[in-house]
Design a binder for this molecule. Structure first.
Ligand SMILES: *Cc1c(COP(=O)(O)O)cnc(C)c1O
Ligand SMILES: [Zn+2]
Length: 416
């Protein structure tokens, strides 16, 4: 049994029953928030809300709008449950007393997107959809392909033909049908919806399918569990995350709102302030935040951080609110700063792709601007593995020297 009551439109506030709609608000196309029966959940009590011996995101199954998808001992059961590190070197470098990095790279397909795709595949199984489909420049597609492959479902991925080769390779290896659209992401997005409707496939598209944010909210639950009892209301937690379409930041916000509805936020000192970080070369949502509006103007995105390169964000409204409703903010960083953040995280053993390192680059700016002060606790999320984009990693880390096979040559280089 789930506690899934239905949906509420983020634009007009209309409510829908679970089987009344599938994707967005029929009235205005707004993104739908999943509504849970919080009163019933509260009555169940803590011990019943978390499945203690499950280390994956499925430990929060009672707080998700899906039934148990099965698939034991497959990668579907290993999404989430990612580590929280506290690297003293980075705390020192930024002059912060309490800095944690939540590293999403250990997810089965190496990015945060597995959280969304795992829950979407669970939903597909529940409604009897054999084929799942998404438009993606990479990580969302890889996650859907991987989670679908784990439990024997077919995945169809529409990607712009400019998507990075390593990401396309991952899709192909997972056995997905990859269709490289000769057009941009928006063209792939529209075509994937048309195909889903025409052929009865279940569509995962970000900022379209309401279950992606439900999967992503589990990262907020993990942050809460990992920091519970360690933070005081005197210094609220700040969470930094990179933003493209705005669905991860919206999902995090939803997770913290669920915890608030259950009366559990006091354990981490109240609602965290949520900070979104964008490249200045793909800043549609940051621009809206700066202008004090929820209207998102599309941009012509050119950032090298391909996972957050977005002209028209699909979840912009909720993404702006994640910052405005929590006392957070949006920051922009240069692509140069994003590249520099890759080896900075690398120095403490964390390998981030450019979009993953962006949040850390944003924190550095926030510290400079005094948006966070030294005593405040901060969590930075690395959303994806550096192995996703080896070319950018090489650019960031530089070339290795080639030497003659002699000790003298080693001496020269190492200065020993
Ligand atoms: C998708 C993605 C993001 C941004 O998430 P949005 O929901 O598009 O804002 C950030 N980092 C990585 C690695 C991603 O794959
Ligand atoms: Zn609506």
């Amino acid at each position: 049994m789930t506690h899934f009551l239905g949906y509420r439109c983020s634009v007009c506030g209309a409510q829908y029953a679970p089987d009344e709609v599938t994707y967005t608000c029929p009235a205005d196309g707004g993104n739908l928030d999943v509504v849970l029966d919080y009163a019933a959940l509260k009555r169940r009590g803590m011990a019943d809300l978390i499945i203690a011996d499950d280390r994956s995101l499925w430990r929060y199954l009672p707080l998700l709008p899906v039934r148990d998808p099965g698939g034991e001992q497959t990668p579907l059961r290993r999404a989430g449950g990612t580590p929280m590190y506290a690297p003293p070197l980075l705390s020192r470098n930024l002059g912060l007393a309490h800095l944690w990095i939540k590293d999403e790279s250990p997810n089965p397909t190496a990015s945060f997107k597995d959280r969304a795709s795992a829950v979407v595949v669970a939903r597909a199984r529940e409604i009897g959809a054999e084929v799942v489909v998404t438009a993606s420049t990479g990580n969302a597609g890889a996650a859907l392909a991987g989670m679908a492959a784990a439990v024997g479902h077919q995945a169809v991925i529409f990607a712009p033909r400019t998507a990075p080769p390593a990401k396309i390779a991952q899709l192909r290896v997972f056995g997905a049908q990859v269709l490289l659209v000769d057009g941009n992401y928006d063209a792939a997005f529209d075509l994937s919806i048309e195909a889903a409707n025409a052929f009865g496939w279940y569509c995962r598209n970000t900022g379209y399918n309401p279950f992606t944010a439900e999967g992503k909210k589990t990262a907020a639950f993990e942050i809460w569990e990992q920091l519970r009892g360690r933070l005081s209301p005197a210094r609220r937690l700040s969470v930094f995350v990179s933003v493209g379409d705005g669905n991860i930041i919206s999902g995090l916000h939803k997770g913290f709102k669920d915890l608030h509805a259950l009366g559990l936020l006091d354990e981490i000192g109240g609602m965290p302030r949520i900070f979104g970080v964008q490249s200045e070369n793909s800043a549609a949502i940051a621009n809206a935040f700066a202008a004090g509006t929820e209207e998102i103007e599309p941009v012509h995105a050119t950032t090298l951080a391909d996972s957050i390169s977005v002209d028209l964000p699909r979840d912009g409204l909720r993404a702006v609110r994640a910052a405005t409703q929590t006392g957070g903010a949006y920051l922009t960083v240069s692509d140069e700063a994003i590249l520099q953040a890759i080896p900075a995280l690398g120095r403490v053993g964390i390998f981030a792709e450019p979009a993953g390192a962006t949040a850390y680059a944003g924190l550095a700016v926030a510290v400079q601007q005094g948006l966070v002060v030294p005593e405040e606790p901060v969590v930075v999320i690395n959303t994806g593995s550096g192995l996703k984009d080896v070319k950018s990693a090489m650019r960031a880390a530089g070339e290795a020297p080639i030497i003659e096979p002699t000790l003298a040559a080693v001496r020269r280089i190492m200065a020993v």
